[in-house]
Write a protein that binds this ligand. Structure first.
Ligand code: SAH
Ligand code: SF4
Length: 364
Protein backbone atom coordinates (compact mmCIF):
# COMPACT_ATOMS: atom_id res chain seq x y z
CA UNK A 1 0.00 0.00 0.00
CA UNK A 2 1.49 3.30 -1.12
CA UNK A 3 1.16 5.95 1.58
CA UNK A 4 -0.86 9.09 0.74
CA UNK A 5 0.62 12.56 0.30
CA UNK A 6 1.61 13.46 3.87
CA UNK A 7 3.20 10.07 4.48
CA UNK A 8 0.54 8.96 6.95
CA UNK A 9 -1.37 5.86 5.94
CA UNK A 10 -5.15 5.55 5.73
CA UNK A 11 -6.24 3.36 8.62
CA UNK A 12 -9.49 2.10 7.03
CA UNK A 13 -7.38 0.59 4.29
CA UNK A 14 -5.96 -2.05 6.60
CA UNK A 15 -7.69 -5.38 6.97
CA UNK A 16 -8.28 -6.69 10.46
CA UNK A 17 -5.46 -9.17 9.98
CA UNK A 18 -3.08 -6.44 8.79
CA UNK A 19 -3.90 -4.44 11.92
CA UNK A 20 -3.15 -7.46 14.08
CA UNK A 21 0.19 -7.83 12.33
CA UNK A 22 0.96 -4.15 12.77
CA UNK A 23 0.26 -4.23 16.51
CA UNK A 24 2.35 -7.37 16.87
CA UNK A 25 5.23 -5.51 15.20
CA UNK A 26 4.69 -2.60 17.57
CA UNK A 27 4.85 -4.98 20.53
CA UNK A 28 1.22 -4.32 21.48
CA UNK A 29 -1.15 -6.99 22.79
CA UNK A 30 -3.23 -8.66 20.08
CA UNK A 31 -6.55 -7.30 21.39
CA UNK A 32 -5.53 -3.83 20.23
CA UNK A 33 -6.66 -4.71 16.70
CA UNK A 34 -10.14 -5.49 17.99
CA UNK A 35 -10.23 -2.28 20.01
CA UNK A 36 -9.16 -0.06 17.14
CA UNK A 37 -11.39 -1.88 14.64
CA UNK A 38 -14.38 -1.28 16.91
CA UNK A 39 -13.51 2.38 17.38
CA UNK A 40 -13.36 2.90 13.65
CA UNK A 41 -16.30 0.80 12.46
CA UNK A 42 -18.65 0.50 15.45
CA UNK A 43 -18.19 3.71 17.41
CA UNK A 44 -17.29 5.57 14.20
CA UNK A 45 -14.56 7.60 15.88
CA UNK A 46 -13.16 10.44 13.81
CA UNK A 47 -10.19 11.08 16.05
CA UNK A 48 -7.60 8.79 17.65
CA UNK A 49 -7.84 10.82 20.88
CA UNK A 50 -11.42 9.54 21.30
CA UNK A 51 -10.14 5.96 21.58
CA UNK A 52 -10.12 6.15 25.34
CA UNK A 53 -9.32 2.53 26.12
CA UNK A 54 -5.97 2.82 24.32
CA UNK A 55 -2.90 4.08 26.18
CA UNK A 56 -2.18 7.72 25.42
CA UNK A 57 1.19 6.95 23.85
CA UNK A 58 -0.43 4.51 21.45
CA UNK A 59 -3.09 7.01 20.46
CA UNK A 60 -0.34 9.47 19.74
CA UNK A 61 1.63 7.00 17.68
CA UNK A 62 -1.45 6.06 15.69
CA UNK A 63 -2.21 9.74 15.05
CA UNK A 64 1.36 10.30 13.89
CA UNK A 65 1.31 7.42 11.44
CA UNK A 66 -2.31 7.18 10.32
CA UNK A 67 -5.28 9.24 9.29
CA UNK A 68 -8.86 8.07 9.78
CA UNK A 69 -10.22 9.77 6.66
CA UNK A 70 -8.56 11.01 3.46
CA UNK A 71 -11.68 13.02 2.57
CA UNK A 72 -12.39 16.67 3.19
CA UNK A 73 -16.01 17.70 2.59
CA UNK A 74 -15.92 20.93 0.60
CA UNK A 75 -19.53 21.42 -0.44
CA UNK A 76 -22.87 19.98 0.61
CA UNK A 77 -26.18 20.32 -1.20
CA UNK A 78 -29.44 19.32 0.48
CA UNK A 79 -32.58 18.71 -1.57
CA UNK A 80 -35.61 20.86 -0.80
CA UNK A 81 -37.37 18.09 1.13
CA UNK A 82 -34.17 17.25 3.01
CA UNK A 83 -34.21 13.60 1.94
CA UNK A 84 -31.14 13.73 -0.30
CA UNK A 85 -27.75 15.13 0.56
CA UNK A 86 -24.85 15.30 -1.77
CA UNK A 87 -21.30 16.00 -0.68
CA UNK A 88 -18.33 16.99 -2.77
CA UNK A 89 -15.14 15.69 -1.14
CA UNK A 90 -11.62 16.85 -1.78
CA UNK A 91 -9.03 14.08 -1.80
CA UNK A 92 -5.47 14.46 -0.62
CA UNK A 93 -4.15 15.13 -4.13
CA UNK A 94 -6.73 17.87 -4.69
CA UNK A 95 -9.05 15.80 -6.88
CA UNK A 96 -12.77 15.82 -6.06
CA UNK A 97 -15.45 13.13 -5.87
CA UNK A 98 -19.11 13.04 -4.94
CA UNK A 99 -21.19 10.88 -2.65
CA UNK A 100 -24.91 11.04 -1.95
CA UNK A 101 -26.97 10.14 1.12
CA UNK A 102 -30.59 9.23 0.46
CA UNK A 103 -33.02 9.03 3.37
CA UNK A 104 -36.12 6.85 3.05
CA UNK A 105 -38.62 5.95 5.77
CA UNK A 106 -36.70 2.81 6.70
CA UNK A 107 -33.47 3.02 4.75
CA UNK A 108 -30.45 5.26 4.82
CA UNK A 109 -28.56 4.64 1.61
CA UNK A 110 -25.16 5.98 0.60
CA UNK A 111 -24.24 6.18 -3.08
CA UNK A 112 -20.46 5.99 -3.42
CA UNK A 113 -17.87 6.70 -6.10
CA UNK A 114 -15.08 4.35 -7.12
CA UNK A 115 -13.10 6.54 -9.52
CA UNK A 116 -12.26 10.20 -10.04
CA UNK A 117 -14.24 10.73 -13.25
CA UNK A 118 -14.84 7.76 -15.51
CA UNK A 119 -13.07 6.55 -18.66
CA UNK A 120 -16.19 5.04 -20.25
CA UNK A 121 -17.86 8.28 -21.37
CA UNK A 122 -21.53 7.30 -21.68
CA UNK A 123 -23.38 9.85 -23.78
CA UNK A 124 -25.83 10.99 -21.09
CA UNK A 125 -23.60 10.89 -18.01
CA UNK A 126 -22.08 13.90 -16.25
CA UNK A 127 -19.23 11.81 -14.83
CA UNK A 128 -18.37 10.54 -18.29
CA UNK A 129 -18.09 14.12 -19.49
CA UNK A 130 -15.63 15.15 -16.82
CA UNK A 131 -12.95 12.82 -18.11
CA UNK A 132 -10.99 10.28 -16.09
CA UNK A 133 -8.32 11.03 -13.53
CA UNK A 134 -7.61 7.95 -11.46
CA UNK A 135 -8.96 5.03 -9.50
CA UNK A 136 -9.90 5.60 -5.88
CA UNK A 137 -8.00 3.79 -3.16
CA UNK A 138 -9.96 1.38 -0.97
CA UNK A 139 -9.61 3.79 1.95
CA UNK A 140 -11.15 6.59 -0.10
CA UNK A 141 -14.12 4.38 -0.93
CA UNK A 142 -14.66 3.20 2.66
CA UNK A 143 -14.32 6.73 4.04
CA UNK A 144 -17.32 7.93 1.99
CA UNK A 145 -19.58 5.51 3.85
CA UNK A 146 -18.00 6.25 7.23
CA UNK A 147 -18.54 9.98 6.70
CA UNK A 148 -22.31 9.59 6.41
CA UNK A 149 -22.45 6.91 9.10
CA UNK A 150 -20.85 9.36 11.54
CA UNK A 151 -23.37 11.99 10.54
CA UNK A 152 -26.37 9.69 10.98
CA UNK A 153 -25.28 7.89 14.15
CA UNK A 154 -26.62 10.50 16.61
CA UNK A 155 -29.95 10.50 14.77
CA UNK A 156 -30.76 6.79 14.98
CA UNK A 157 -31.56 4.46 17.86
CA UNK A 158 -28.73 2.44 19.38
CA UNK A 159 -29.96 -0.79 17.82
CA UNK A 160 -30.32 0.73 14.35
CA UNK A 161 -27.64 0.90 11.71
CA UNK A 162 -26.69 4.48 10.82
CA UNK A 163 -26.35 3.40 7.20
CA UNK A 164 -28.54 0.53 5.97
CA UNK A 165 -27.54 0.28 2.29
CA UNK A 166 -24.60 1.12 0.06
CA UNK A 167 -24.99 1.49 -3.68
CA UNK A 168 -21.88 1.65 -5.85
CA UNK A 169 -23.54 3.98 -8.35
CA UNK A 170 -21.59 7.18 -7.93
CA UNK A 171 -18.76 8.35 -10.12
CA UNK A 172 -16.76 5.77 -11.99
CA UNK A 173 -16.96 2.19 -13.13
CA UNK A 174 -16.43 -0.16 -10.17
CA UNK A 175 -15.24 -3.10 -12.28
CA UNK A 176 -12.41 -0.98 -13.68
CA UNK A 177 -11.31 -0.59 -10.05
CA UNK A 178 -12.26 -4.07 -9.00
CA UNK A 179 -9.80 -4.82 -6.20
CA UNK A 180 -10.27 -1.59 -4.26
CA UNK A 181 -14.06 -1.81 -4.61
CA UNK A 182 -14.22 -5.37 -3.33
CA UNK A 183 -11.75 -4.59 -0.56
CA UNK A 184 -14.03 -1.74 0.57
CA UNK A 185 -17.14 -3.91 0.48
CA UNK A 186 -15.47 -6.74 2.39
CA UNK A 187 -14.24 -4.31 5.04
CA UNK A 188 -17.67 -2.75 5.56
CA UNK A 189 -19.25 -6.21 5.53
CA UNK A 190 -16.88 -7.52 8.26
CA UNK A 191 -19.01 -8.69 11.18
CA UNK A 192 -16.43 -7.55 13.72
CA UNK A 193 -16.91 -3.93 12.74
CA UNK A 194 -19.33 -2.11 10.46
CA UNK A 195 -21.19 -5.38 9.86
CA UNK A 196 -23.34 -4.30 6.94
CA UNK A 197 -24.83 -7.45 5.35
CA UNK A 198 -23.59 -8.31 1.87
CA UNK A 199 -27.13 -8.09 0.48
CA UNK A 200 -27.19 -4.43 1.49
CA UNK A 201 -24.58 -3.59 -1.16
CA UNK A 202 -25.43 -3.02 -4.81
CA UNK A 203 -22.67 -2.83 -7.40
CA UNK A 204 -23.68 -1.16 -10.64
CA UNK A 205 -21.56 -1.92 -13.70
CA UNK A 206 -21.76 -0.60 -17.22
CA UNK A 207 -21.19 -4.19 -18.36
CA UNK A 208 -17.52 -5.05 -17.91
CA UNK A 209 -17.73 -8.76 -18.71
CA UNK A 210 -14.57 -9.92 -16.86
CA UNK A 211 -15.79 -8.07 -13.74
CA UNK A 212 -19.15 -9.84 -13.84
CA UNK A 213 -17.33 -13.17 -14.20
CA UNK A 214 -15.05 -12.39 -11.28
CA UNK A 215 -17.87 -11.29 -9.02
CA UNK A 216 -19.73 -14.53 -9.71
CA UNK A 217 -16.82 -16.40 -8.11
CA UNK A 218 -16.47 -14.20 -5.01
CA UNK A 219 -19.11 -16.06 -3.01
CA UNK A 220 -20.41 -12.70 -1.83
CA UNK A 221 -24.18 -12.16 -1.71
CA UNK A 222 -24.09 -8.59 -3.04
CA UNK A 223 -26.66 -7.26 -5.50
CA UNK A 224 -25.52 -6.76 -9.08
CA UNK A 225 -26.98 -4.10 -11.35
CA UNK A 226 -26.05 -3.93 -15.03
CA UNK A 227 -26.57 -0.66 -16.89
CA UNK A 228 -28.17 -1.70 -20.15
CA UNK A 229 -29.89 1.42 -21.56
CA UNK A 230 -30.41 -0.09 -25.02
CA UNK A 231 -31.77 -3.38 -26.36
CA UNK A 232 -29.56 -3.63 -29.47
CA UNK A 233 -25.89 -3.10 -30.31
CA UNK A 234 -26.48 -0.33 -32.81
CA UNK A 235 -28.07 1.91 -30.18
CA UNK A 236 -25.96 0.74 -27.27
CA UNK A 237 -22.74 1.46 -29.20
CA UNK A 238 -23.85 5.08 -29.33
CA UNK A 239 -24.97 5.46 -25.71
CA UNK A 240 -22.45 3.24 -23.96
CA UNK A 241 -19.19 3.18 -25.92
CA UNK A 242 -17.78 0.15 -24.04
CA UNK A 243 -20.44 -1.88 -25.87
CA UNK A 244 -18.03 -2.05 -28.78
CA UNK A 245 -15.68 -4.03 -26.57
CA UNK A 246 -18.32 -6.05 -24.73
CA UNK A 247 -21.29 -6.27 -27.11
CA UNK A 248 -24.72 -7.37 -25.92
CA UNK A 249 -24.31 -11.00 -26.91
CA UNK A 250 -21.21 -11.43 -24.74
CA UNK A 251 -22.72 -9.35 -21.97
CA UNK A 252 -25.91 -11.39 -21.83
CA UNK A 253 -23.95 -14.66 -21.77
CA UNK A 254 -21.96 -13.35 -18.79
CA UNK A 255 -25.19 -12.25 -17.06
CA UNK A 256 -26.84 -15.63 -17.60
CA UNK A 257 -23.77 -17.41 -16.26
CA UNK A 258 -23.73 -15.09 -13.25
CA UNK A 259 -27.35 -15.92 -12.45
CA UNK A 260 -26.67 -19.63 -12.87
CA UNK A 261 -23.58 -19.59 -10.68
CA UNK A 262 -24.95 -17.39 -7.90
CA UNK A 263 -28.68 -18.07 -8.04
CA UNK A 264 -29.06 -14.35 -7.71
CA UNK A 265 -31.25 -11.98 -9.66
CA UNK A 266 -29.66 -9.24 -11.77
CA UNK A 267 -31.14 -5.76 -11.99
CA UNK A 268 -30.93 -4.13 -15.39
CA UNK A 269 -30.74 -0.36 -15.23
CA UNK A 270 -32.36 1.44 -18.14
CA UNK A 271 -32.12 5.23 -18.33
CA UNK A 272 -34.97 6.45 -20.51
CA UNK A 273 -33.92 9.16 -22.96
CA UNK A 274 -36.48 11.11 -24.93
CA UNK A 275 -36.90 9.78 -28.49
CA UNK A 276 -33.69 7.76 -28.24
CA UNK A 277 -34.41 4.50 -26.41
CA UNK A 278 -37.94 5.01 -25.08
CA UNK A 279 -40.31 3.69 -27.76
CA UNK A 280 -42.68 0.73 -27.45
CA UNK A 281 -40.51 -1.02 -30.03
CA UNK A 282 -37.50 -0.64 -27.71
CA UNK A 283 -39.52 -2.00 -24.81
CA UNK A 284 -40.45 -5.08 -26.83
CA UNK A 285 -36.88 -5.59 -27.99
CA UNK A 286 -35.70 -5.31 -24.39
CA UNK A 287 -38.28 -7.83 -23.22
CA UNK A 288 -37.11 -10.25 -25.90
CA UNK A 289 -33.46 -9.76 -24.90
CA UNK A 290 -33.91 -10.50 -21.20
CA UNK A 291 -37.12 -12.56 -21.20
CA UNK A 292 -36.86 -15.72 -19.12
CA UNK A 293 -33.90 -14.47 -17.08
CA UNK A 294 -34.00 -14.15 -13.30
CA UNK A 295 -33.94 -10.37 -13.48
CA UNK A 296 -35.61 -7.09 -12.76
CA UNK A 297 -35.63 -3.84 -14.73
CA UNK A 298 -35.11 -0.49 -13.07
CA UNK A 299 -36.29 2.35 -15.27
CA UNK A 300 -34.96 5.83 -14.62
CA UNK A 301 -35.99 8.92 -16.54
CA UNK A 302 -32.74 10.62 -17.48
CA UNK A 303 -31.55 13.42 -15.23
CA UNK A 304 -30.78 16.40 -17.45
CA UNK A 305 -27.07 17.20 -17.65
CA UNK A 306 -25.93 20.66 -18.76
CA UNK A 307 -24.34 20.55 -22.17
CA UNK A 308 -25.79 17.13 -23.04
CA UNK A 309 -28.19 17.08 -26.00
CA UNK A 310 -30.42 14.41 -24.46
CA UNK A 311 -33.26 14.72 -21.97
CA UNK A 312 -35.96 12.78 -20.14
CA UNK A 313 -39.09 11.64 -22.04
CA UNK A 314 -42.47 13.07 -21.10
CA UNK A 315 -44.10 11.18 -18.23
CA UNK A 316 -46.65 9.42 -20.44
CA UNK A 317 -43.89 7.85 -22.57
CA UNK A 318 -42.10 6.66 -19.45
CA UNK A 319 -45.30 5.07 -18.14
CA UNK A 320 -46.10 3.50 -21.51
CA UNK A 321 -42.61 1.93 -21.64
CA UNK A 322 -43.02 0.55 -18.14
CA UNK A 323 -46.49 -0.76 -18.92
CA UNK A 324 -45.31 -2.54 -22.04
CA UNK A 325 -42.53 -4.34 -20.17
CA UNK A 326 -44.98 -5.37 -17.47
CA UNK A 327 -47.44 -6.62 -20.07
CA UNK A 328 -44.67 -8.77 -21.52
CA UNK A 329 -44.04 -10.38 -18.14
CA UNK A 330 -40.92 -8.44 -17.12
CA UNK A 331 -40.54 -7.48 -13.47
CA UNK A 332 -40.05 -3.72 -13.57
CA UNK A 333 -39.99 -0.64 -11.33
CA UNK A 334 -39.78 3.01 -12.14
CA UNK A 335 -37.16 4.66 -9.99
CA UNK A 336 -38.19 8.03 -8.67
CA UNK A 337 -35.74 10.74 -9.66
CA UNK A 338 -34.15 11.90 -6.42
CA UNK A 339 -32.70 15.24 -5.64
CA UNK A 340 -32.98 16.50 -9.19
CA UNK A 341 -32.96 19.98 -7.66
CA UNK A 342 -29.48 19.37 -6.25
CA UNK A 343 -28.17 17.65 -9.35
CA UNK A 344 -28.01 14.40 -7.41
CA UNK A 345 -27.11 12.46 -10.52
CA UNK A 346 -23.53 11.73 -9.58
CA UNK A 347 -20.85 13.60 -11.37
CA UNK A 348 -22.87 16.73 -11.87
CA UNK A 349 -21.51 18.63 -8.90
CA UNK A 350 -17.94 17.84 -9.81
CA UNK A 351 -18.61 18.83 -13.39
CA UNK A 352 -19.90 22.20 -12.20
CA UNK A 353 -16.89 22.64 -9.91
CA UNK A 354 -14.52 21.85 -12.77
CA UNK A 355 -16.31 24.28 -15.09
CA UNK A 356 -16.08 26.99 -12.45
CA UNK A 357 -12.35 26.41 -12.27
CA UNK A 358 -12.25 26.45 -16.05
CA UNK A 359 -10.58 23.04 -16.02
CA UNK A 360 -9.35 21.97 -19.40
CA UNK A 361 -10.50 18.39 -18.97
CA UNK A 362 -14.23 19.12 -19.16
CA UNK A 363 -15.24 17.75 -22.53
CA UNK A 364 -17.32 20.33 -24.39
N1 SAH B 1 -20.39 3.11 -13.96
C1 SAH B 1 -21.44 2.37 -13.37
C2 SAH B 1 -21.89 2.91 -12.03
C3 SAH B 1 -22.01 4.40 -11.91
S1 SAH B 1 -23.29 5.14 -12.91
C4 SAH B 1 -22.61 2.20 -14.32
O1 SAH B 1 -22.61 2.86 -15.36
O2 SAH B 1 -23.47 1.39 -14.04
C5 SAH B 1 -24.74 4.64 -12.00
C6 SAH B 1 -26.01 4.70 -12.80
O3 SAH B 1 -26.37 6.06 -13.07
C7 SAH B 1 -25.91 3.99 -14.13
O4 SAH B 1 -27.00 3.13 -14.34
C8 SAH B 1 -25.91 5.15 -15.09
O5 SAH B 1 -26.32 4.78 -16.34
C9 SAH B 1 -26.83 6.13 -14.41
N2 SAH B 1 -26.76 7.48 -14.95
C10 SAH B 1 -25.69 8.14 -15.45
N3 SAH B 1 -26.02 9.35 -15.91
C11 SAH B 1 -27.35 9.50 -15.69
C12 SAH B 1 -28.30 10.54 -15.94
N4 SAH B 1 -27.92 11.67 -16.53
N5 SAH B 1 -29.57 10.33 -15.59
C13 SAH B 1 -29.95 9.18 -15.00
N6 SAH B 1 -29.12 8.16 -14.73
C14 SAH B 1 -27.82 8.31 -15.08
FE1 SF4 C 1 -18.99 5.85 -16.35
FE2 SF4 C 1 -21.27 4.74 -15.43
FE3 SF4 C 1 -21.18 7.34 -16.22
FE4 SF4 C 1 -21.02 5.42 -18.04
S1 SF4 C 1 -22.76 5.83 -16.68
S2 SF4 C 1 -19.72 7.25 -17.94
S3 SF4 C 1 -19.84 3.88 -16.94
S4 SF4 C 1 -20.09 6.43 -14.48
Amino acid sequence: MKPPADGRRILPEFTYEQLEKLFAEWGEPSYRAKQVWEWVYKHLADDFQAMTNLPKALRQRLGGEFILSPLEPVEELVSEDGSTRKVLFRLQDGETIESVLMLYPKRRTVCISTQVGCPIGCAFCATGKSGFKRNLRAGEIIAQVLHFAREMKPQVNRDEKPITNVVVMGMGEPFLNYDATLHAIRTLNDHRGFNLGARRFTISTVGIVPGIRRLAKEGLQVELAVSLHAPNDELRDRLVPINKGYPLKRLMVACREYIEQTNRRITFEYVLIDRVNDSIRHARELAALIGGMLCHVNLIAMNPVPGVPYGPPPRRRVLAFEEELRRLGISVTLRAGRGVDIQAGCGQLRLRELSKRGAADVKA
